[in-house]
Design a protein around this ligand. Structure first.
Ligand code: FE
Ligand code: FE
Ligand code: ZN
Length: 283
């Protein structure tokens, strides 16, 4: 099954996002748990969450991805910033239990000069405070572009975080195609080699979601600027190979391209058309 979706505005609630996703040909989606710049979250309406769970149980919508606010830095230097990260993540994970069994994706953060090892240590510590026994949400570390002092630009950095947490079973990775390209992995030119490296460093069973983004910059640019599919350095063929790859099949694939809804709808249609043609050729 091909699960395609895009980032949606969460202002109208879970059921509205589910309907919005279906209306543009998507069967998964991503949303911010609160304002991307942080701040208080809206209280969850249990009936609204239940309506989405029902769509998931009916098989209309697959697993969805919640995204933590950008301002959350789980390896911050300042205690106040760290405290915000811990509290926000803890509260988000508690709220995610209204829609059990989904994903919560976050940026590992920036070590801001404390060094990679200290950054990794702090991220694992923040996760240990925020995660709880019996949680049904899988927390996803997003692969990053390696901009500035960002943690997570290399697969081995994510591996070290996973090795340090006390609840590794509830931890996975979300691979962002723009970010890994910008970090220096040739995902457009040698998908198999990148996935082999991912498997060696982290283990493919940890790969639980993808962000499908083209990049405005060449590989190893360490920039992180998303582009529409086919309009950047990765090119459409790269995304066709990704959606058809047996190791990636069944994962939620989320578009975070610079688009409004009609643009997302067109990208999803394009990928589904290709997939249909590929299926027909296999017969
Ligand atoms: Fe992200
Ligand atoms: Fe992303
Ligand atoms: Zn990005």
């Amino acid at each position: 099954m091909l699960y395609l979706g895009c980032h949606l505005s969460s202002s109208k609630g879970f059921a509205a996002m589910g309907r919005m996703a279906l209306s543009i040909g998507a069967n998964t989606f991503q949303f911010f748990t609160r304002n991307p710049r942080g701040g208080a979250a809206k209280e969850i309406v249990p009936a609204d969450a239940a309506a989405l769970v029902q769509m998931q149980d009916a098989g209309e919508i697959g697993r969805i991805v919640a995204h933590a606010p950008y301002t959350l830095n789980p390896c911050a230097k300042e205690e106040k910033t760290l405290e915000f990260a811990r509290n926000t993540m803890k509260d988000d994970l508690r709220r995610m239990e209204y829609v059990p069994g989904n994903y919560y994706n976050f940026h590992p953060g920036s070590h801001v000069g404390q060094g990679m090892d200290e950054g990794i240590r702090k991220i694992a510590e923040t996760l240990d405070v925020a995660m709880f026994d019996g949680q049904t949400t899988t927390v996803l570390l997003e692969t990053m572009a390696g901009k500035g002092t960002e943690v997570g630009g290399r697969f081995c950095e994510l591996r070290q975080i996973i090795d340090r947490v006390s609840r590794p079973d509830q931890l996975g990775v979300c691979l962002d195609t723009c970010h890994v390209n910008d970090a220096g992995y040739d995902i457009a030119g040698s998908l198999d080699a990148v996935l082999e490296e991912f498997d060696r460093e982290i283990g493919l069973s940890r790969l639980r979601a993808l962000h499908l983004n083209d990049s405005k910059n060449p590989s190893a640019s360490h920039k992180d600027r998303h582009e529409r599919l086919g309009e950047g350095y990765l090119g459409l063929e790269a995304f066709y190979r990704i959606i058809e790859h047996p190791a990636l099949r069944g994962l939620p694939m989320i578009l975070e391209t610079p688009n409004e809804l009609p643009g997302y709808e067109a990208e999803i249609a394009l990928l589904r058309e290709y997939d249909k043609a590929a299926d027909a050729n296999k017969l």
